[in-house]
Design a protein around this ligand. Structure first.
Ligand code: NAP
Length: 215
């Protein structure tokens, strides 16, 4: 693990793994720039972590908003050392033919297009600097499947392919990696697993391993 301070961009910092990673990175002396859609949660991130970090309300599915956010962040902090594409949605458990059109679109728009929007607007500056790592959050369901989560599986299988091809696009000095974080008791897991989510580790416990691993 390096002791050099890092600038880390985390999408979906407002809850779950993103919030726990934010806390873990801040405790390690890193600078965190995070986003999420919930304005209340963004306010609470600002209150908890203070002015040397930055948290904004942002929907990663909105390409124009991501472009503006990235331009602001890059001018204030420079290119990130680590770009963590963590924000994602899961569909409500249902067989594929029962998933409403809008819900299917939302999962695609956030989990695939949102990740791509963030990559589109941060990667050129990272390439210009000549270093940096992009981590796209995948899933066990990016490498296997289950009933009732077909839209989510489709997006995480997409993340595996998208990320491996992106890694081939990148010049020396940069890397892109799909990361399956494991099974962690968050809002997302509770949506999929119901009450049995409680038998899995919580995000804070997960972050104790994940933060040093990512650094
Ligand atoms: N938990 C697990 O067991 C597990 C397993 C495998 C993979 N993963 C992956 O790990 C990552 C984190 O999952 P999690 O369990 O922490 O999920 P979570 O508890 O549902 O949190 C998701 C985060 O993403 C944000 N988000 C959702 N849509 C967004 C959007 N359009 N724009 C910006 N932010 C958005 C949410 O904040 P707002 O609601 O404020 O926008 C929230 O901060 C995801 O990529 C997930 O697929 C999790």
């Amino acid at each position: 693990m390096t002791n050099e301070p890092r600038t880390i961009v985390i999408t979906g910092a407002t809850r779950g793994l993103g919030r726990a990673m934010t806390r873990g990175f801040v405790e390690q002396g890193q600078t965190v720039i995070g986003c999420g859609r919930s304005a209340d949660a963004v306010d609470s991130l600002r209150a908890e972590f203070g002015a040397s970090h930055r948290f904004d309300t942002l929907d990663v599915a909105d390409d124009a908003a991501v472009a503006a956010w990235a331009a602001d962040v890059l001018s204030a902090y420079g290119p990130p050392d680590l770009l963590l594409n963590n924000a994602a949605l899961v569909n409500r458990n249902a067989p594929l033919w029962e998933v409403p059109v809008d819900e299917f679109s939302d999962v695609i728009d956030v989990n695939i297009k949102g990740v791509t929007n963030v990559i589109r607007h941060f990667t050129p500056a990272m390439i210009e600097r000549g270093e940096g790592v992009i981590v796209n959050f995948s899933s066990g369901w990016g490498r296997s499947t289950s009933a009732d989560v077909a839209p989510y599986c489709a997006t995480k299988w997409a993340i595996e392919g998208l990320t491996q091809a992106l890694a081939q696009d990148l010049p020396p000095g940069l890397a892109a990696v799909p990361l399956n974080p494991g099974i962690i008791n968050t809002d997302m897991l509770q949506s999929c697993f119901g009450s049995s989510a409680a038998s899995f580790p919580d995000a804070e416990e997960w972050a104790k391993l994940a933060v040093p691993f990512l650094l």
